[in-house]
Design a protein around this ligand. Structure first.
Ligand code: HEM
Length: 80
């Protein structure tokens, strides 16, 4: 488990958006949401985290768990 109390707040633009490749964004725009939009990622957060944890997204290779932890930490902050 991460010790969240000692970590600086995450910013979507600098910490989260770069986790999503242009290829991820382009593929998922066709599915009607934008992985480079903080609002869209929050709006679809349950499905996004579910698919990342399952390893079924991205379609070409799973994320390591610590990368998903960063995304979830940002989601838990509830802002930006
Ligand atoms: C980090 C990157 C990605 C994330 C977080 C992501 C997330 C998701 C989510 C949440 C859904 C909807 C599933 C649902 O509502 O249950 C989805 C569907 C889909 N995604 Fe992605 N995606 C990513 C990258 C990609 C890539 C690289 C491709 C392949 C070109 C892709 C192709 C698709 C397709 C075809 C669907 C619709 C069919 C299905 O549900 O399997 N996605 N994705």
């Amino acid at each position: 488990m991460n010790d969240v109390t000692n970590e600086a707040p995450l910013q979507f633009e600098s910490d989260i958006k770069p986790l999503f490749r242009e290829r991820d964004r382009d593929a998922m725009l066709r599915f009607h949401f934008d992985l480079w939009s903080a609002g869209d990622v929050r709006g679809h957060s349950a499905a996004v985290v579910r698919r990342l944890r399952q390893g079924t997204m991205p379609c070409d290779g799973a994320w390591p768990p610590d990368r998903i932890d960063v995304l979830e930490r940002w989601l838990a902050q509830g802002e930006n």
